[in-house]
Structure formats: structure tokens, C-alpha cells
Write a protein that binds this ligand. Structure first.
Ligand code: F6P
Length: 346
């Protein structure tokens, strides 16, 4: 079989580990693998996918980024692109595709499956908001970055008796802010799943200082709406059509509000793409290896329109349609943990 592999959407630590697993498992089964450059964009031009042998993926297990490149291209956007992508798959004589990505990439994969292409997905997004799976590739590294940042910020915040607001990624959900914030001992975690007003935050800051806290660390998820505070509204959209959440500048706006209304000195840090860069954690390498391995087994078994997922620690199979139907919000037990350990004070 000739199997194409691509990585799409925002990059995430562990993509190379997944590519390596796909290539190694496919070759072990006697198949050929072809790497598609830059996500779906790589199927829109004239370039043909390049052969990927076991030698090409040796030594990439711990590397960040993706050797294939990625993009936020949506090939469904017009008729020419739709025809282009299907034509490229035919021209490259690919029998099957493995698409490693999050909601956007796997939404396109599901569309291709509906067009008759044999496609299997691999769940990847630092946001961890794909339905059907407990964890996605990249999430563990992202929350480790948030926790490490909080450890560092704690000492400088404490030295200056400051409030430090840390903005974390998460397009629609608070997974990264909640897990990273709890692991790093944040004093207040603001996530889309818990409604909040600017008065709530100010009251909590004052109470904490009155209780004698010398330093206060606040983690705010980039998508949070804070009633009474206006985030930037003149924001651009990315190639897929999503609002550029970094341009909302909610962390900066919140830090200024806290400083002005409480008199406490406040600073802000946007962790941004630090959360997606660099070497994957051991957990992300293992998850990527399990998912990549299982994806090829699904191709081998003749499956399409499916992806391997993790449920109760085990690798199972879900449909792409179910995985992308809606974003998976933070689970109730973690929402409660946030309220108890890093919640608003009365
Ligand atoms: O979807 C993953 C994500 O990392 C979001 O958390 C974030 O809002 C967005 O991508 C940033 O995308 P870009 O790399 O295009 O700036």
C-alpha cells in the first residue's frame, strides 16, 4: 500500500514522534509511506509527496515541530481546491492517508473520507479539546511549560510582592490553563467554563492580599470573556477562519485592570507559542507512538473515517465525525478542582 502522511493545523510537540511511529509501523507491514508537505496545502500544488523511509525518521522522536511542515489551509473552501486535493491524491497514487491534526485537520479528513478517500486520523492539539479522546498529542508538553513558567514567575512575583497574570492557550476551552495552572499552583485560574466578572477578580485579589499573600499568580485562558472588561475586538483571522485570540490581549487588559482597581502592582506574561515549541515530554512521545502505531493498524485493517483515541488509558477507535462534532469542554471534576484550589473568593 502507498500511505500518505501529513500534519495540519497548529504544530504541537510530539508530531515528529507520531510521524516516526506511522513510518516505522507501515514499513514493518510492508507498506510505503509518503510525506505530504505543509498540511493540506501540500496537496494543492504541483509537488508530489516525498518518500519517507525508516532512515528519514531516525532520531526525530524527541524533536519539536514537524519535519513535514504544517499549515491552516482548508482545501474545502472553493471548488478548485476541492478538485485539486482529490486530484493530487489520485496523481500520487495514494491508497490511504494518515492525517495528524486537531478539529480543523480532522474535519477535512472526514470530508475526504466522505468523498471516498481512505483516511485515518491521529488526535493532536495542545488545546486537548477533541471529542472522544481523553488526551491529544502536545497537551502534556504545553501544560508542563505552563507549570514550569509558574514556578519561575512565583519567585519574581514574590520578590516584588506583585500580581502576575499569565495568559495560556486554548481556543474554546480551559484545558491548558486549568491543568497547567493547577500543576503550577496558580492562585486564580480563569477559564471559559467558569463565568467571571472583573469585580470578582478585583475582590479576589484584595482578599488574597488581605490574607497576607505576598505574590499572586493568575492564569487566564486566552479565550476567556470577563464581564465588565473589554478585550481587543479589532482582531484578524487565521487562514482557516478562526479569530486570532492572541490579539484579544486579555492577559494585558486584565493585568492593567487589576493594577488600576486594586493598587497592587501587576505584570503580565503571554506564554503563547512557547507552549507549542521545543521537545515533547516523555508522555507526549509515548502517546504519539501509540496513536501513530494504532493509526497504521487501522489502515491495515481496511478502516476509514476513524482515528485511534485514548479512553481510560486504553487505545480505542472512534469515528472522525464524532471526534470533530463539537469541542470537548473541560471535564466537571477539573472544573470543580479549579474552583476549590484556584477559584474566586467571596
Ligand atoms: O489550536 C491550537 C492553538 O494553539 C490555539 O490554542 C491558539 O489560539 C492557536 O492555535 C494559535 O494559532 P497560531 O499558531 O496560528 O497563532
Amino acid at each position: 500500500m502507498r500511505i500518505g502522511v501529513l500534519t495540519g493545523g497548529g504544530d504541537a510537540p510530539g508530531l515528529n514522534a507520531a510521524i516516526r511511529a506511522v513510518v516505522m509501523r507501515a514499513h514493518a507491514l510492508g507498506h510505503e509511506v509518503f510525506g505530504i508537505a505543509d498540511g493540506w496545502a501540500g496537496l494543492l500544488g504541483e509537488n508530489l509527496p516525498r518518500p519517507l523511509g525508516v532512515r528519514e525518521v531516525a532520531g526525530i522522536l524527541g524533536d519539536g515541530g514537524t519535519i513535514l511542515g504544517t499549515s491552516r489551509t482548508d482545501p474545502r473552501k472553493d471548488e478548485a481546491s476541492r478538485r485539486g486535493v482529490l486530484g493530487s491524491i489520485r496523481r500520487a497514487e495514494l491508497d490511504a492517508l494518515v492525517a495528524i491534526g486537531g478539529n480543523d485537520t480532522l474535519g477535512v479528513a472526514n470530508w475526504l473520507h466522505e468523498q471516498g478517500v481512505r483516511v485515518v486520523g491521529v488526535p493532536k492539539t495542545v488545546d486537548n479539546d477533541l471529542s472522544e479522546t481523553e488526551f491529544c498529542i502536545g497537551f502534556d508538553t504545553a501544560i508542563t511549560v505552563v507549570a514550569d513558567a509558574l514556578d519561575r514567575l512565583r519567585t519574581t512575583a514574590s520578590a516584588h510582592h506583585r500580581v502576575v497574570v499569565v495568559e495560556a492557550m486554548g481556543r474554546d476551552t480551559g484545558w491548558v490553563a486549568a491543568f497547567g495552572g493547577l500543576a503550577g499552583g496558580a492562585d486564580l485560574i480563569l477559564i471559559p467554563e467558569i463565568p467571571v466578572t472583573s469585580d470578582d477578580v478585583v475582590r479576589t485579589m484584595k482578599r488574597r492580599r488581605a490574607m497576607g499573600d505576598p505574590d499572586i499568580l493568575v492564569v487566564v485562558s486566552e479565550a476567556v470573556e470577563i464581564k465588565g472588561l473589554e478585550a481587543e475586538t479589532a482582531v484578524d483571522r487565521d487562514a482557516f477562519g478562526h479569530v486570532r485570540l492572541d490579539q484579544r490581549a486579555i492577559g494585558a487588559i486584565l493585568a492593567r485592570d487589576i493594577e488600576q482597581r486594586t493598587g497592587l502592582e501587576a505584570r503580565q506574561v503571554v506564554l503563547g507559542h512557547l507552549q507549542r515549541g521545543g521537545s515533547p515530554t516523555a508522555i507526549d512521545r509515548l502517546r504519539a507512538t501509540r496513536f501513530g502505531n494504532a493509526a497504521v493498524d487501522l489502515v491495515e485493517a481496511g478502516r476509514s473515517g476513524v482515528l485511534p483515541v485514548q479512553r481510560a488509558g486504553r487505545i480505542e477507535t472512534a469515528t472522525l465525525a464524532d471526534a470533530v462534532r463539537e469541542t470537548r469542554r473541560l471535564s466537571d471534576d477539573y472544573i470543580e478542582l479549579v474552583r476549590r484550589f484556584a477559584g474566586l473568593l467571596p
